[in-house]
Design a protein around this ligand. Structure first.
Ligand SMILES: Cc1cc2nc3c(=O)[nH]c(=O)nc-3n(C[C@H](O)[C@H](O)[C@H](O)COP(=O)(O)O)c2cc1C
Ligand code: SF4
Length: 405
């Protein structure tokens, strides 16, 4: 996959053009310097406050502030705590986390270790999508090298801090990426979401306080701690600081992964991906849990807050471009079928709702059902489903019909 960078300022935060999958390459680019600085005299509170000040928001879809999560776990009173990296990446059209794992595995190891140091955790897991065989292999080798060279395990870099890290292979369903289902899966149970609250920061893995962050979220941490929160805030927007990895595919000439400032326009990303293949119709932004963005929105900034103003979401940042020959309704049907297959069945609105929603949508297409009836059901599912899998068709269908309820 081709990798491109579109940004107005200096060096990229996450992407590098040289592969850093060997320990020597990572170290020669300043790798593990940040960990060493903190383990040899830096204070935990500095890590926590810098991440909070940076305004970094989770890149896994929900965009929750990372600093708040880390502080909550750091402040929790418990003799055991965990750090978990969500590398399940099941969102259709999303391939950013795989790129990071395969190309910058040590960046994730260093970030997770610093997170553990800051929050008081002693054990971490990287939960990697089962189909990502190469990423699992690369990550396994990287963890072994890090253990051999004293960057993981007992008394890391001759300090008093110890941290163990293990890989868990994803159990194979889309819902495994939902953070509490993922924790169930690590515990050896069937991956079904838990009721929240309590949130993982209070009761996570085996009911201990747990940080769960996406791969891309962790990938921002070292740059923030190296260069400071103010540096990070130069990029992106006030409420969505930093850069984002956008996997761009579909009807573009050069499908690719682009790192861009949050707030970049869809038009700019399409241009960077080699331009359109055909006449632009719309883009599905955020994968199956996302929504459509149209021609009149090509110059609209893509950030968490700007999309929220429109009743839309950025989600994983995946962008699937459709041209005039593509049938949007087929995309919607395909996604609803996907949700029927992937529903874990734990709650009624999602399990029973999706098959009915698909039939209603087909009914709308053949003229027998009004769009209001379709939207009423997706709205009801949004309000009553246990996790975002059952809730997200609201965004898809509202953007399909061009209304916001
Ligand atoms: C059905 C479903 C699938 C999800 N899949 C993923 C995923 O593959 N990777 C991910 O990081 N987050 C996924 N999430 C979001 C996680 O529940 C959670 O918000 C995220 O891991 C938190 O990390 P962050 O704060 O760094 O984004 C999913 C959520 C739902 C409801
Ligand atoms: S919304 Fe769907 S996937 Fe989520 S818990 Fe309910 S049945 Fe399972």
């Amino acid at each position: 996959m081709k990798v491109k960078v579109e940004r107005s300022l200096s060096s990229p935060v996450i992407l590098t053009f040289s592969k850093e999958d060997t320990l020597s390459a990572y170290i020669s680019n300043g790798g593990f310097e940040t960990l060493e600085r903190f383990l040899k005299g830096g204070k935990r509170i500095e890590i926590l406050s810098e991440i909070l000040k940076s305004g970094l928001r989770g890149r896994g879809g929900a965009a929750f502030k990372t600093g708040i999560k880390w502080n909550a776990v750091a402040n929790a009173k418990s003799d055991k705590k965990f750090v978990v990296c969500n590398a399940d990446e099941g969102e259709p059209g999303t391939f950013k986390d795989r790129w990071i794992l395969e190309n910058r595995p040590f960046l994730i190891i260093e970030a997770m270790t610093l997170c553990a140091y800051a929050t008081g955790a002693s054990k971490g897991y990287i939960y990697i999508r089962g189909e990502y065989k190469n990423a699992i292999e690369v990550m396994k080798n990287a963890i072994n090298q890090a253990y051999n060279e004293g960057f993981l395990g007992q008394k890391i870099m001759d300090s008093d801090f110890s941290f163990d890290l293990e890989i868990r292979r994803g159990a194979g369903s889309y819902v495994c990426g939902e953070e509490t289902a993922l924790l169930e899966s690590i515990e050896g149970k069937r991956a079904q979401p838990r009721f929240k609250p309590p949130f993982p920061v209070e009761k996570g893995l085996w009911a201990y306080p747990t940080v769960v962050n996406n791969v891309e979220t962790f990938a921002n941490v070292i740059s923030i701690l190296k260069n400071g929160a103010d540096w990070f805030r130069q990029f992106g927007t006030q409420d969505s600081p930093g850069t984002k990895l956008f996997p761009v595919s579909g009807r573009v000439k050069e499908p690719c992964l682009i790192e861009a400032n949050l707030g970049v326009t869809l038009g700019r990303l399409v241009e960077e991906a080699g331009g359109l293949d055909g006449d632009f119709q719309c883009a599905l932004v955020g994968g199956a849990a996302g929504n459509f963005i149209y021609k009149d929105e090509l110059n609209y900034p893509l950030s968490y807050e700007t999309l929220k103003e429109k009743g839309k979401v950025l989600g994983s940042g995946a962008i699937l471009v459709l041209n005039k020959n593509d049938r949007r309704e087929e995309v919607v049907k395909n996604i609803l079928e996907f949700f029927i297959n992937e529903s874990c069945g734990k709650c009624t609105p999602c399990r029973e709702g999706y098959p009915v929603l698909l039939e209603k949508f087909k009914g709308y297409l053949n003229g027998s059902i009004s769009k209001d009836e379709v939207l009423r059901l997706s709205n009801l599912m949004f309000k009553t489903s246990l996790c975002a899998l059952g809730q997200s068709s609201k965004f898809l269908l509202e953007s399909y019909f061009g209304v916001v309820l």
